[in-house]
Design a protein around this ligand. Structure first.
Ligand SMILES: [Fe+2]
Length: 185
């Protein structure tokens, strides 16, 4: 369940490990700006769905970190799950049950066959709500949770997805290369 005022699961050390692993443009369509928006989408949804917010945050920063190119790479999700496993206990700290959900969310996020866990559903919706970055308006019929299907939520996320929050805005940049404001709702 979502824990108010908890510390973020996204630590500088984790981001550094992901950045070392990521092979594409850090600011490209599958890169850190997308992950930051998915995190914000997911945390907003988690407040409604009751999803585990730690899993949602980690999914946001891991699910696309193992793409090999910006074209067609169906293996990237399960590759991300294996990468997450390599970080367990050093950069990722989750109980077994939540970690298993993280693996399923990363591994299955391109399949779209559904999942019984509301945490996994929330992760996948958070990702799909950011499709505006590649010119696609999210389709409510392809979202899993009632909270994500709400017109107001889709419109809010779509507007955010059209901006490239990594290259706009003032203020100091963090390790992610994002302004602090990009990590905020
Ligand atoms: Fe994604």
């Amino acid at each position: 369940m979502t824990t108010p005022n908890r510390k973020s699961a996204i630590t500088p050390a984790l981001v550094a490990a992901i950045r070392e692993r990521y092979q594409l443009d850090w600011h490209g369509i599958h890169g850190v700006s997308h992950w930051a928006r998915v995190r914000v989408n997911g945390l907003r949804l988690a407040g409604r769905t009751g999803a585990d917010s730690g899993v949602v945050e980690l999914f946001a920063f891991l699910h696309d970190c193992c793409w090999l190119d910006d074209g067609y790479d169906r293996g990237h999700g399960w590759r991300a799950a294996r990468f997450a496993t390599s970080l367990l206990g050093t950069h990722i700290f989750l109980p077994d049950r939540q970690f298993d959900l993280l693996l399923q969310a990363c591994g299955g996020h391109t399949g779209g066959d559904g999942h019984p866990s509301v945490t996994v559903q929330t992760c996948w919706d958070a990702d799909r709500l950011d499709l505006g970055r590649v010119g696609i308006v999210p389709d409510p019929l392809r979202l899993y949770t009632d909270a994500a299907r709400e017109r107001r939520m889709i419109e809010w996320a779509y507007r955010r997805s059209l901006g490239n929050c990594s290259r706009t805005g003032a203020g100091s940049r963090s390790l992610t290369g994002l302004t602090q404001s990009a990590m905020q709702p």
